[in-house]
Write a protein that binds this ligand. Structure first.
Ligand code: KIV
Ligand code: ZN
Length: 385
């Protein structure tokens, strides 16, 4: 199977989310965990943006051995110089230069003509080539750019020396069909396009980041840019754990593999959530507290008989110990008996109904029932065994 590279931008795009900033030491901790998780590329920050970001990128570059480390740079010599100063200590440095190519960004944000943007992109890639073996070029807002112009830019930066071409859906506007088509168009309209690796970068403004990412993989993209827990600007970036889980669980559809150690996913997710003080919603796919929890009696009964009835993947895949059976008013007898035995209590068959009636009464009055509540319930309930 072909490999898809995982490019993690939690420490750059993710950290741009309001209230999610990390100090240098915290960033190094996250980078080490990302290395354990097995990501191919760590975007460690934007060195020219602040002295702290510079220091974080430099410290991470000096510490990390197994992943490529990269830093963000505008199409400016000063930014590329800052990236080189921060990254020169790493084995395989990569610079990530970007400039916007959509009419709205070029006219209103950058106030430049398309030819000027093209020239800035080419000159920056040529300049970066003096230092870096790997150069990633991003056409910001690619999904809202004119395709013929985008192809011209991609062709020119490839000739100048870019090795990875990233075409972001910067504002989370594209649909999966459109996003995949954009990559097909560019790959078909640029000479020798297989010389470079194409990369996707999806934001989640309309909730389509995961679908768009996967559509681009189907269109030949072989690098996915993502963040842990989907943190990032506005509604965030595509969540690493979602893209990775889909490629693993549905390899029958995508026929690609990653080098991730999936068992590190839960640990990485918890660390990022805690350090960024950004709680994970309970029903978040893959890493939410309820992602492997079952409360309804019919579901609990099915999972106890065979987990495959209601689980398409095992919690151990992401490093979780086990499926969580949550006891509540929707639960059934089978789950109550199982939970009791987990807590060291054996309920003889002829007492199951009595316990179950008593439990239902408690569950009607209490929304969340913890293991401690159950221990006292089994201890205090006046059903003699
Ligand atoms: O969303 C975006 O376009 C970006 C670029 C800098 C790659 O984050
Ligand atoms: Zn982004």
């Amino acid at each position: 199977m072909e490999k898809v590279e995982i490019y993690d931008t939690t420490l750059r795009d993710g950290e741009q989310a309001p209230g999610c900033s990390l100090n240098v030491e915290e960033k190094v901790r996250v980078a080490k965990q990302l290395e354990r998780l097995g990501v191919d590329v760590i975007e460690a920050g934007f060195p020219a943006s602040s002295p702290d970001d510079f220091k974080a990128v430099r410290d991470i570059a000096n510490e990390i051995k197994d992943s490529t480390v990269t830093g963000l740079s505008r199409c400016m010599k000063h930014d590329i110089d800052a990236c080189w100063e921060a990254l020169k200590g790493t084995e395989n440095p990569r610079v990530h230069v970007f400039i916007a190519t959509s009419p709205i960004h070029m006219a209103y944000k950058l106030k430049k003509k398309p030819e000027e943007i093209l020239e800035m992109a080419v000159q920056s890639v040529k300049y970066a080539k003096k230092f870096f073996p790997q150069i990633e070029f991003s056409a910001e807002d690619a999904s809202r750019s004119d395709r013929a112009y985008l192809a011209k830019v991609v062709d020119a930066v490839m000739t100048a020396g870019a090795t990875v071409i990233n075409l972001p859906d910067t504002v989370g506007y594209a649909t999966p069909g459109e996003y995949g088509d954009m990559f097909r168009y560019i790959r078909n309209h640029v000479a020798d396009s297989d010389r470079v690796c194409f990369s996707c970068h999806c934001h989640n403004d309309l909730g389509m980041a995961t679908a768009n990412t996967l559509a681009s993989v189907e269109a030949g993209v072989r690098q996915i840019e993502c963040t842990v827990n989907g943190v990032g600007e506005r509604a965030g970036n595509v969540a690493l754990e979602e893209a990775a889980a889909v490629l693993y669980v549905r390899k029958d559809v995508f026929h690609v593999m990653t080098q991730l150690n999936l068992k590190e996913i839960k640990r990485t997710s918890n660390m990022v959530s805690e350090l960024m003080r950004s709680p994970i919603q309970a029903n978040k796919a893959i890493v939410g507290a309820n992602a492997f929890a079952h409360e309804a009696g019919i579901h609990q009964d099915g999972v106890l008989k065979d987990p495959r009835t209601y689980e398409i993947m095992s919690p151990s895949m992401i490093g979780l110990d086990q499926t969580r059976l949550v006891l509540g008013k929707h639960s059934g007898r089978h789950a109550l008996v199982e939970k009791a035995s987990e807590l060291g209590v054996h309920i003889p068959d002829h007492f199951v109904n009595a316990y179950f009636q008593a439990f239902k009464k408690m569950a009607d009055n209490q929304k969340n029932i913890s293991d401690d509540d159950l221990v006292s319930f089994f201890k205090n309930e006046k059903i003699s065994i």
